[in-house]
Design a protein around this ligand. Structure first.
Ligand SMILES: NC(=O)C1=CN([C@@H]2O[C@H](COP(=O)(O)OP(=O)(O)OC[C@H]3O[C@@H](n4cnc5c(N)ncnc54)[C@H](OP(=O)(O)O)[C@@H]3O)[C@@H](O)[C@H]2O)[C@@H](O)CC1
Ligand SMILES: [K+]
Length: 463
């Protein structure tokens, strides 16, 4: 239940279903406001609180929060520029026993609780509401957004109006897409979910669950444990990095198909040169990775074609994403493939496959639907569009991952997990989690090589 990620429409439907089953809107608001107040009370730790209340039910939650905190002994100031517009919000306002100001008086409190607008935001935040946020956000040292920061469109994560930074965001009832999408995510601070007892079923979109990685079976040998083939091309460095990451991510055997000499490669990495088609004929190969350092010339194209026609599970990254088109996919099995574009590569793929969507989620879905590929759209708001449908989001990773070679490491790990499990969607999620955990273990300002080294210790945390 805590892993559902809902659209505004789905959220409204879930609340309607709760009401149909006999829970009133007032009860839902009590649960939402009361649950949020518990978090705020702890965060505030005795400091004075300012609550901004808007016209809708987000504002209604604000009155419930204000009353709960005041009863617990905190100094609470409520600022509401307009009257409540819904009956339930009016009831909540009437239940608040303190004073209500129309505008913010200076130094009202140290903790700001923003309940101006939630998922009901329908247009740009302007006028008195915009001015209030402009005044209140910088003048409070701790800023807490209730459900979503006011001004964020919950379905897309875009700001409708000026952006403001929050220290905490308390999602009510279920996660919304904005909690995992940029630019919203960067401004939300710590995110927490406040359950309100909604009965949610079969989520189309969900948060990735922390995976459990299984050790090799007792009767494993190096081939059955997962043989990864990394196909190199023009540049030697990137595929070597991918190979190292694959070696640490649980593969039994990693081969690098490369015509370069790799003096820095560890002795355990098997490097083979010569005809790629023949090398890929090995039935024991569990997954092929191609793209890092591949190049974009005619030879690179030939190598990509050989990989696509090999019939193996396949991870396509970097240059391979620039070369991929409909003709190349002809005859290949997209169900066995994962593509891992960052924003620029995703835009290029959308151009290639005539997808007109402009935001990341819709582009990833569009590409998946047009090709049948599993699409991992990388970045600070990495999301996965599995071939089977739906969308999977991930908890926020370290911003130190924004380093050259980080994608090569991730691609190597996906190939390793895919070779081990044969499950493209599961393998990709495992690799994203490993990537994030490895970044934490590598500490700040690591290089991609150090990140690849940390993968082994990261893997131990998922056993
Ligand atoms: N329903 C439930 O069971 C539960 C709901 N819960 C809570 O309710 C929240 C959703 O409530 P909501 O639907 O009332 O929307 P909300 O975000 O408060 O705002 C809508 C109001 O704002 C107005 N408005 C919009 N944009 C505007 C703008 N730019 N500038 C000015 N005005 C603007 C809009 O006016 P209108 O567009 O109708 O003209 C309308 O009056 C949700 O996030 C959660 O906190 C929880 O308590 C759990 C139970
Ligand atoms: K809000």
């Amino acid at each position: 239940m805590t892993d559902h990620v809902l659209s505004v429409e789905e959220m409204r439907a879930a609340e309607r279903a709760a009401m149909d089953s006999g829970v009133s809107e007032w009860q839902l608001m009590q649960r939402a406001g009361g649950g949020a107040a518990d978090w705020i009370w702890r965060i505030a730790a005795g400091r004075a609180v300012t609550v901004l209340c808007g016209p809708g039910n987000n504002g209604g939650d604000g009155y419930v929060i204000a009353e709960t905190l005041q009863r617990r002994g905190l100094t609470v100031t409520v600022v509401a520029p307009v009257e409540p517009a819904s009956e339930t919000a009016r009831r909540a306002r009437d239940g608040f026993s303190g004073e209500i100001a129309k505008t913010l008086v200076s130094s009202s409190g140290e903790v700001l609780v923003d309940c101006l607008f939630g998922y009901g935001l329908s247009r740009k935040v302007e006028g008195e509401f915009a001015k209030l946020l402009e005044l209140a956000c910088p003048s409070h040292s701790i800023r807490i957004a209730i459900d979503v920061p006011s001004g964020i469109f919950a379905d897309s994560g875009e700001w409708l109006g000026a952006s403001h930074r929050y220290d905490h965001t308390l999602a009510l009832g279920a996660w919304k897409r904005a909690h995992f999408l940029m630019p919203a995510r960067a401004d939300m601070g710590n995110t927490r979910l406040v359950p309100i007892g909604l009965d949610l079923k079969d989520p189309a979109e969900r948060l990735s669950e922390r995976p459990r990685i299984h050790p090799p079976e007792p009767d494993s040998q190096k081939y059955t444990r997962g043989l990864v083939a990394v196909v190199a091309g023009e540049m030697p460095g990137a595929p070597l990095l991918s190979s190292l990451a694959a070696m640490h991510a649980g593969a039994g055997y990693v081969k690098l198909f490369s015509d370069h000499s790799h003096p820095d490669a560890p002795a355990e990495l098997v490097i083979e040169d010569g005809a790629l088609g023949e090398a890929l004929d090995d039935e024991r190969i569990g997954a092929v990775l191609i793209g890092p350092g591949l190049g974009r010339g005619s030879e690179a194209r030939d190598r990509l074609r050989a990989a696509l026609n090999s019939g193996h599970n396949l991870v396509l990254d970097a240059d391979a994403l620039h070369l991929l088109d409909r003709a190349m996919l002809d005859g290949a099995d997209p169900a066995k493939m994962v593509v891992t574009p960052h924003d620029g590569e995703l835009a290029k793929l959308c151009e290639t496959f005539d997808i007109t969507a402009t935001d990341k989620r819709d582009r990833a879905i569009g590409l998946r639907d047009a090709t049948g590929l599993t699409v991992l759209a990388k970045g600070p708001d990495t999301l996965l569009a599995p071939a089977q449908g739906g969308v999977v989001y991930f908890p926020q990773g370290s911003s130190w991952l924004s380093v050259a070679g980080s994608g090569d490491v991730l691609a190597g790990m996906i190939a390793a997990r895919l070779a081990v499990t044969g499950d493209a969607v599961g393998a990709t999620q495992e690799a994203v989690w490993l990537h994030q955990e490895a970044s934490r273990l590598a500490g700040p300002s690591f290089t991609a090589g150090q990140l690849a080294d940390a993968v082994r210790a990261a893997l131990a945390l998922f056993l």
